[in-house]
Write a protein of this length. Structure first.
Length: 192
């Protein structure tokens, strides 16, 4: 056992004497001694505090944007989607599969000013509800204002900076567990 004087700052631990950042090995068991007031409830993963728009509010918002030349709804609020994050743990490949609930309707939209004549996903508040592959020892819901942001927030929350958290939600999110070929690209329209 070893004792260190640490300061917790910006989500990291620093040695008090040297101001050097220190990491803690995964699954390490530690004992932290601090004032009772230093222990606080953890914030929800991702961005939970967002106003969730009703179907009418969201459609009105899209219609108000004069730059949007076409749009169509793909899924209603409450629809469940899935995505996975593949990781290597030594010689073992692990597929972490997650269940997502849409907290708002999901739309594709298009603006004439874009160089590529393809629709994009409109922001849609959503939450990761479960790790359906049961590959994480500790799970908590992750919130975001879009599917792309949800993937990134989930990746960073569970895997830190060990890899690239970016994705294209159109290719990454799918309708049935384990069926990555049923991704959202099937609903994207090419504008001619």
């Amino acid at each position: 056992m070893q004792s260190k004087n640490l300061i917790y700052k910006n989500g990291h631990f620093y040695e008090a004497n040297s101001n050097n950042r220190i990491g803690i090995r995964e699954n390490a068991k530690v004992c932290i001694v601090a004032l009772e007031s230093d222990f606080i409830e953890a914030l929800p993963a991702g961005k939970k505090k967002q106003k969730i728009k009703s179907a009418k509010e969201l459609e009105a918002e899209i219609k108000l944007d004069k730059k949007i030349t076409s749009f169509h709804k793909v899924f209603d609020k409450g629809t469940v989607l899935f995505f996975s994050i593949k990781r290597e743990l030594g010689d073992k490949k692990v597929n972490h599969e997650f269940e997502v609930e849409l907290l708002e309707d999901l739309y594709f939209f298009y603006k004439d000013s874009w160089k590529k004549p393809e629709e994009r996903l409109y922001d849609c508040t959503c939450v990761v509800r479960r790790n359906i592959s049961n590959t994480l020892e500790f799970f908590e819901e992750v919130y975001a204002k879009s599917l792309n942001e949800l993937h990134k927030a989930t990746f960073v929350h569970y895997f830190g900076n060990a890899g690239n958290p970016a994705c294209n939600a159109i290719d990454r999110f799918y309708e049935k567990a384990g069926k990555e070929d049923l991704n959202l690209s099937r609903y994207r329209k090419v504008i001619l």
